[in-house]
Design a binder for this molecule. Structure first.
Ligand code: SF4
Length: 343
């Protein structure tokens, strides 16, 4: 019996190697499999011209090809967002969120079940950490959004459950698979990896020569005391170390870092915080997303007023920081920033 071919976990070059070693075929058939699975949903592979004429090959492949995107258990739609819950083969569940944009849809993908990082404002952190997702479970979220739920997904953000750099190798393999023009064909510039500030992950990504992939950093505190109180990761890699890793990061020409800053009333939303944040950002090229805090159970704080948020943003704009104010969508379905995990 030949080994199983878990297509959702295999970059095209590995699939080609498998086809060569196990079936005496090569790129031609590997590309056909990729097309049938990633572009056409994988329901009719045997009828593709490359396999229809080779019934013996198809009979052999049929026994070994394995598609395991996980079972979409339910979808919840509100305020224009679609959150879907996937049951994995071991019964654990993950959440993903489809965010319709003006021209196409973005999918917010999970990389772990739960999270170790313990950010205070985050619902996922309250689940604790169960395990990291396999590559096929990460890619499977895109597969299901496209082929099970029928959404044309053109943007991926690794901002769902988990810290992507805590599952670095599998996330990067997923990026490679999703990027393949023969399959999902999602451009690197349409993929964003969001980290809470895991400096070794930033350094590893810097070495991968993928300049077009976008890097987002969840900041949320402009000084070590404020940030460490909200994000324990800051005790391990404080702001100065984080900044050093960003200064060394090979951004492309005109590239920017995406900074996320969740504004929490009375915690990190003062004018003093805004000034410190501007100082931390300078001279990095940054697009700063300001997001009002979405209340989660167990962290009893509130969003700032619109006026406070406006003043905070204005202070940064005056210091030449490029600011976008986001009025977080999806609160009622727990699909807003930091709210995944109430499964
Ligand atoms: S915000 Fe992100 S890194 Fe922090 S606990 Fe939540 S999922 Fe983990």
């Amino acid at each position: 019996m030949k080994p199983m071919i878990d297509i959702l976990s295999l970059p095209l070059d590995e699939l080609t190697r498998t086809m060569r070693n196990d079936y005496g075929k090569g790129l031609f058939h590997a590309e056909a499999l990729y097309r049938e699975v990633f572009k056409n949903g994988g329901n009719n592979i045997g009828n593709a011209p490359e396999f229809k004429g080779s019934p013996r090959l198809w009979t052999a492949l049929e026994q070994t090809i394995h598609l395991s995107p996980g079972q979409v258990e339910k979808t919840i739609e509100e305020e224009g967002l679609v959150k879907f819950i996937t049951e994995l083969t071991d019964g654990l569940k993950i959440e993903s969120v489809i965010i319709p944009m003006t021209r196409h849809n973005t999918l917010c993908v999970s990389s772990q079940v739960g999270c170790k990082m313990g950010c205070k404002f985050c619902q996922t952190a309250r689940m604790g950490f169960k395990r990291s997702l396999s590559t096929s479970e990460i890619v499977g979220q895109v597969f299901n959004a496209r082929h099970h739920l029928g959404y044309d997904i053109k943007n991926i953000v690794f901002m769902g459950m988990g810290e992507p750099f805590d599952n670095f190798d599998r996330v990067m393999t997923a990026v490679k698979i999703l990027n393949s023009q023969k399959g999902c064909d999602i451009a690197l510039r349409h993929m964003t990896i969001s980290t809470c500030g895991v400096v070794p992950g930033i350094e590893r990504l810097a070495q991968m020569n993928l300049p077009n992939i976008r890097l987002a950093i969840s900041i949320n505190g402009p000084d070590d005391a404020t940030r460490s109180a909200l994000m324990p990761v800051n005790r391990r890699w404080p702001l100065a170390e984080l900044k050093k890793s960003l200064e060394a990061y090979p951004l492309p020409h005109r590239g920017v870092f995406l900074f996320e800053y969740i504004l929490i009333k009375g915690v990190n939303d003062s004018m003093d915080h805004a000034q410190k944040l501007a100082r931390f950002i300078h001279p990095l090229p940054v697009r700063l997303n300001l997001i009002p805090y979405n209340p989660v159970t167990g962290f009893d704080h509130q969003s700032p007023s619109d006026e406070q948020m406006h003043n905070f943003a204005q202070m940064l704009t005056d210091k030449r920081v490029f600011v976008i104010k986001r009025w977080s969508r999806g609160r009622s379905v727990s699909a807003g920033c930091g709210q995944l995990g109430k499964i």
